[in-house]
Design a protein around this ligand. Structure first.
Ligand code: HXC
Length: 510
């Protein structure tokens, strides 16, 4: 018996070495951890159970018959993150560059099927060179099987992708269909075709970082939802993220013990909005002061900074936050901000995460660049996402809520549940000056008259009371008591049930 046990241990030890010590050292030399080291950091201690450690590829073409490595370039299994079940797969770059073969794909789909059936999140750690070139269509078929399950799982269980090395060819499309993509700065990059192909086809000379590094995808393309300095930080942040997420679409949000009283008043919020309506202030200060222990997990912090999105907790329960940011472009809604927020709103709605919306928006950004770029369709995405969302929706207008952006930002009219305004709110079709220049165009030569008209317009509309008179605003609240109001409203909405007309699925303007 001892001999059999020793044999098992020897086989396991061989599998754990992946592509061998030389390749492991090279991986470390590039500042990257190995697949197994990453999983150890991600999961609770001793909780990871590996599947399919001895699976090998079946390809015999191009000399592959002689090179079989147990595990076939991917480590899969399940474990817990702070006690909650999570399925995981991690590409092993030391084995055939982590490339995807038929059997490698089967290992992933096994995990995906189990996660869908047993209702728990899947986290994929990517560090790979795409389709196993020697396997041809068998590898392409394998990708198709993975993609299908990404789509079937979407909106049922949270799916998270972390890009920790190269991610090329077929490997980019699976992450692209998951809920979140995070990258590691300087060591990871994602592209459909690499710099060499780009050079051949378009004659552009570009580095891997310039083409698809974190500096591109977390800042310019919005493919990634965030970036971290190294593997360790990325994995620890993923543990933090998992704590915010329900395990599936039929579970309530997780509840974490909170030491933050719901009655906590924040007197500093009474002076957050400057007297001069043209001066900015930091909306993140409001978010940090209102949520439990100031703990805010921001999504896409470096893209479309004129809108802020992220997860936080109120009374220990997860909420999704969307907020215009007056510090950037005066908080205007443009195509990027609309797309960013729309996707986040839909994520929250899939997973029963109530939405808190903080509004200070001067409208949609005018100009040919925006119109040519499809602002109408992109803005409609956010309007559509809020209108279809049936989770509890609570809105606080802190200052400007102008024009169509007033309607879009979780207004009463698109079924927000509770709409508050601070006394500093200004709810109108547009700013007073712009409004007067249109409706009193004939008086434009007379500056005294125009100033008086502007003052009259401000007096009439630069306040929350016209909207409150109509019941579009449920109550005008004092800023210092915002946290208490929000906690109470969330509690009141705890059992909210809202139906939509039957449909196969909607047709959001993509
Ligand atoms: C088989 C691969 C491989 C692949 C890398 N390797 N990619 N083996 N299939 N796709 C092997 C290498 O041969 C090498 O083996 C080892 O992995 C490490 O690779 P290196 O090139 O030495 O590493 P590095 O210099 O770091 O470059 C990494 C890389 C590069 C940028 C990922 O390997 C690369 O460009 N690979 C090809 C990428 C690609 O074009 N993939 C196919 C995409 S098409 P040895 O034994 O020499 O160490 C695709 C279609 C799917 O995916 C579409 C579905 C929609």
């Amino acid at each position: 018996m001892k001999a059999i046990l020793d044999k098992l241990e020897a086989k396991r030890a061989e599998a754990r070495l992946g592509g061998g010590q030389g390749r492991i050292d090279a991986q470390h030399g590039r500042g990257k951890l190995t697949a197994r080291e990453r999983i150890e950091l991600l999961m609770d201690e001793n909780s990871f159970e590996e599947f399919d450690m001895f699976v090998e590829h079946r390809c015999t073409d191009f000399g592959m018959g002689e090179t079989r490595i147990p595990g076939d370039g991917i480590v899969t299994g399940w474990g817990t993150v702070n006690g909650r079940t999570v399925y995981v797969f991690a590409k092993d770059f030391t084995v055939f560059g982590g490339s995807l073969s038929e059997t490698h794909a089967r290992k992933i789909t096994k995990i995906q099927d189990m996660a869908i059936q047993n209702r728990a999140p899947v986290i994929g750690l990517f560090d790979a060179g795409g389709a196993r070139i020697q396997e041809g269509v068998a590898a392409l078929g394998g990708y198709g099987e993975v993609f299908l399950r990404n789509v079937l799982a979407s909106g049922v269980i949270p799916q998270i992708s972390v890009i920790m090395g190269p991610c090329a060819g077929g490997d980019v499309y699976s992450p692209a269909m998951t809920d979140f993509i995070f990258m590691v700065r300087d060591t990871s990059y994602m592209f459909v075709t690499g710099p060499d192909v780009v050079k051949t086809v378009t004659n552009e000379t570009v580095t891997a970082e310039e083409l698809g590094g974190a500096s591109v995808h977390a800042v310019k393309s919005s493919v990634a939802d965030g970036a971290y300095d190294n593997d360790v930080e990325a994995l620890l942040q993923m543990r933090r993220l998992v704590d915010f997420l329900p395990s599936c679409n039929t579970d309530p949000v997780p509840v974490l013990p909170s030491r933050d009283s719901i009655d906590r008043m924040e007197p500093s919020l009474d002076t957050l909005v400057p007297d001069n309506p043209n001066l900015p202030y930091d909306m993140k200060e409001l978010i940090h002061k209102v949520v439990d222990e100031g703990d805010f997990f921001e999504i896409q912090p470096s893209f479309a900074k004129n809108i802020v999105t992220g997860l936080a907790r109120m009374e220990g329960k997860t909420v999704g936050i969307v907020a215009n940011q007056p510090m950037v472009l005066a908080g205007v809604l443009d195509s990027d901000a609309s797309r960013k927020a729309a996707r986040f709103v839909r994520f929250c709605d899939c997973f029963n995460i109530p939405l808190l919306t903080f509004v200070d928006v001067p409208g949609f950004l005018p100009g040919t660049a925006q119109e040519y770029g499809g602002l109408i369709k992109h803005g409609a995405k956010l309007l559509f996402a809020y209108a279809e969302a049936t989770v509890p929706k609570i809105t606080v207008i802190t200052r400007k809520a102008y024009g169509g952006a007033y309607d879009v930002m979780s207004s009463k009219h698109i079924r927000a549940d509770v709409n508050y305004a601070w006394p500093t709110a200004e709810i109108a079709v547009m700013g007073a000056k712009g409004a007067v220049e249109i409706i009193y165009r004939s008086e434009l030569g007379d500056s005294a008259k125009i100033s008086k008209r502007v003052a009259d317009y401000e007096e009439r509309f630069a306040n929350p009371f016209v909207a409150a008179e109509r019941g579009y605003i449920d109550e005008v609240i004092l800023p210092h008591g915002t946290r208490r109001r929000l906690c109470r409203a969330l509690d009141m909405l705890r059992r909210k049930k809202q139906e939509r007309p039957w449909k196969k699925h909607d047709n959001i303007p993509l």
